[in-house]
Design a protein around this ligand. Structure first.
Ligand code: SAM
Length: 268
């Protein structure tokens, strides 16, 4: 059965609601998260509490950020969970996660994310990498592949460059549609993101990295001499040690950092 009604709640498509109901998968995810009160624990999109419950069995306090008012209200009156939860009825895409920080504690963030916003949400979350211990997310398998992809891969793109700038990316588990209700049309996967204490290849201005990656991959089929011609001429690319006839998917993260820092220097 693939009912849209789960535990008396009608799944809302616009909020990307696909509720987990496979206990084996839930246990695997909770084990990977390794919940601990040594950290400020944060769940994005708790929904009906499939992960919230088992995580709360192991800790005393959990922040949850849920956009759906009905689901937030349900959790607020949940007999076993309500005393452990700090409920933020809010849009995670606009949420300032630094407001949750407690002295001496980093954030541990997790969630079975709404797939319709997952890429944009990733970019938003990277901004908080400095105060995050780790993040575990259920995403579309294709998005996990993009996060983890390296140069030369078809799925390597701006998301890969930005994710790998901030974090070590570790795919954890693949999950089929049958683990959810209603079942999504795509395969899913869990990924662990471990932000670096200090990025191994730092940029002077992160907006420059985002810009060169967006512009280069925006015209994927073109060589960088074409896609980045508004930022660098052939001589400048060559002086930076880059092949102007290379395509965006051939450049390593370090080469994107070189471009970003050259752009930032010029802006100063
Ligand atoms: N964690 C639950 C589970 O695993 O069964 C629900 C996961 S469901 C895929 C995504 C959840 O994110 C839903 O509860 C949905 O209401 C919530 N959500 C959707 N958009 C959101 C947003 N922008 N900010 C916060 N929560 C959101």
């Amino acid at each position: 059965m693939n009912s849209k009604v789960h535990q008396g709640h009608k799944a809302r498509k616009r909020f990307g609601q696909n509720f987990l109901h496979d206990d084996y998968v839930i246990d695997q995810i909770v084990d990977a998260i390794h919940p601990s009160d040594e950290f400020t624990m944060v769940e994005i999109g708790p929904g009906l509490g499939a992960l919230t419950g088992p995580v709360c069995d192991r800790i005393n306090r959990l922040n949850v950020v849920e956009l759906d008012r009905d689901l937030a209200a349900r959790l607020a009156t949940h007999p076993f969970l309500k005393d452990k939860l700090s409920i933020h009825q809010a849009d995670a895409m606009k949420f300032d996660f630094t407001q949750l920080k407690e002295p001496g504690k980093k954030l541990k963030i997790f969630g079975n994310l709404p797939y319709n916003i997952s890429t944009q949400l990733m970019f938003h979350l990277f901004e908080f990498a400095a105060c995050v211990e780790d993040m575990h997310f259920m995403l579309q398998k294709e998005v996990v592949n993009r996060l983890a992809a390296g140069p030369g891969s078809k799925t390597y793109g701006r998301l890969s460059v930005m994710a790998q700038y901030y974090c070590q990316v570790v795919p954890v588990l693949e999950v089929g549609p049958e683990a959810f209700q209603p079942a999504p049309k795509v395969d899913s996967a869990v990924v662990k993101l471990l932000p670096y204490e200090v990025p191994p290849h730092p940029v002077t201005d992160i907006s420059c990295l985002s810009r060169v990656a967006a512009d280069a991959f925006g015209k994927r089929r073109k060589t960088i001499r074409n896609s980045l011609s508004h930022l660098f001429n052939v001589e400048q690319l060559t002086a930076l040690g880059l092949d102007p006839t290379a395509r965006p998917e051939q450049l390593t993260l370090v080469q994107y950092v070189v471009l970003a820092n050259a752009l930032a220097e010029r802006k100063e």
